[in-house]
Ligand binder design. Structure first.
Ligand SMILES: NC(=O)c1ccc[n+]([C@@H]2O[C@H](COP(=O)([O-])OP(=O)(O)OC[C@H]3O[C@@H](n4cnc5c(N)ncnc54)[C@H](O)[C@@H]3O)[C@@H](O)[C@H]2O)c1
Length: 328
């Protein structure tokens, strides 16, 4: 299926040196796509050249920022598909650097969409949004129609990004859509800090024999989704999704924080946990239980998640055991 959709096609992945973008790039190369990556390799994000080492001679790498209109215009020109993943990734960082977040997640999106409208009007484009657009959760599982009252600037700017896609679809016929990603984990995620990789960070702590801290009672439900399932959904959605729409993705399984930590300790084969009070910054942004309702994406793509948390953790731990030096 993917060979037919992407074989020989010109595909741009912004943020393609990062966790999600690089894994997607591997899969796209595998099915015969001609992939270009636009990435600025900015600190503290997860860009890492090692992420594409095995395929580096089969992708075009453009070192540039999505806020640079000229570079974006050049790289978007003539593309068939654009996966737009470059952006500011941490909700706590957005609080400290609001204008960076607005620049990357707001203006950056607008620049990419303008370039698509002018340079690749027939292209299909997918924007990596976040579950953070919802804010406090009123009802699980969460449908796309749930109210959107983000608790963070990151969520506000991701929602702004989604609105741009709806606007460009409605006014200019741009074939763009958004994917609301919950808690992703898996190989190739940065492991240097805890700000946007909670599962990965806990794996590192367990591997180093450190105590894993659980905020509050640890009963908060989360929807942890393995990277390969995200990539599969993205590739299906960019082909079949409806212009201007936003779609959830998730494992379909709500897992408590404590269960996740126990599963990490089990997969690593060592580790300890302790309960601590919520830090103030985190508590203010705490959304409550989150589990995605994924009926909408399933209806248009027939996508199903295939990797359980236990299996995903096993694969992730194996990856970091082998490649620790590239990520620590
Ligand atoms: N990791 C998560 O928890 C999560 C959850 C929901 C949504 N998302 C979204 O998915 C996308 C990818 O996330 P990821 O986990 O792969 O992050 P990542 O940090 O691993 O990758 C992001 C990549 O984008 C690049 N980048 C950042 N800003 C850029 C800019 N202005 N110009 C060019 N390149 C830039 C970085 O260098 C990095 O390679 C992001 O848009 C993120 O907001 C991530």
């Amino acid at each position: 299926m993917f060979k037919r959709d992407f074989g020989g096609k010109k595909v741009l992945v912004t943020g393609g040196l990062g966790f999600i973008g690089s894994t997607l790039t591997h899969r796209l190369v595998e099915v015969g796509a001609r992939v270009s990556i636009l990435d600025a390799l900015l600190t503290p994000y997860g860009g890492n050249k090692f992420n594409i080492k095995e395929i580096e001679d089969r992708v075009e790498l453009v070192n540039g920022n999505i806020t640079d209109e000229e570079t974006v215009t050049e790289t978007v020109r003539g593309k068939d598909f654009i996966f737009h993943l470059a952006g500011q990734v941490g909700y706590l960082d957005a609080k400290e650097k609001p204008f960076v977040d607005l620049d990357f997640n707001g203006r950056g999106n607008l620049i990419v969409l303008e370039a698509v409208k002018e340079q690749a009007p027939g292209a299909r484009i997918l924007f990596s949004s976040s579950r953070m657009v919802y804010g406090k959760i009123k009802e699980v599982p969460v449908k796309e129609s749930h109210e959107t009252q983000p608790l963070s600037l990151y969520g506000i700017h991701k929602l702004l990004g989604e609105k741009y896609y709806a606007y460009y679809a409605h006014n200019f016929g741009v074939h763009g859509m958004s994917l609301r990603i919950p808690n992703p984990y898996g190989p190739r995620q940065q492991m240097k800090h805890s700000k946007y990789a909670i599962v990965g960070w806990f794996i590192r702590q367990a591997m180093e024999g450190k105590k894993i801290q659980i905020y509050g009672d640890g009963n908060q439900l989360r929807d942890y989704i393995y990277i390969d399932d995200i990539v599969e959904a993205m590739m299906r959605l960019i082909v079949a999704g409806q212009d201007g729409e936003a779609y959830n993705i998730g494992s379909g399984r709500g897992i408590t924080f404590t269960e996740m930590v126990d599963a990490v300790i089990e997969a690593v084969g060592q580790g300890e946990k302790e309960s601590v009070p919520w830090p103030e910054d985190y508590e203010k942004n705490e959304t409550g239980d989150y589990v995605a309702d994924t009926a909408k994406i399933k209806q248009v793509t027939h996508w199903e998640p295939g990797v359980s948390l236990e299996e995903g953790l096993r694969r992730t731990v194996a990856f970091y055991r082998q490649n620790k030096n590239e990520y620590w």
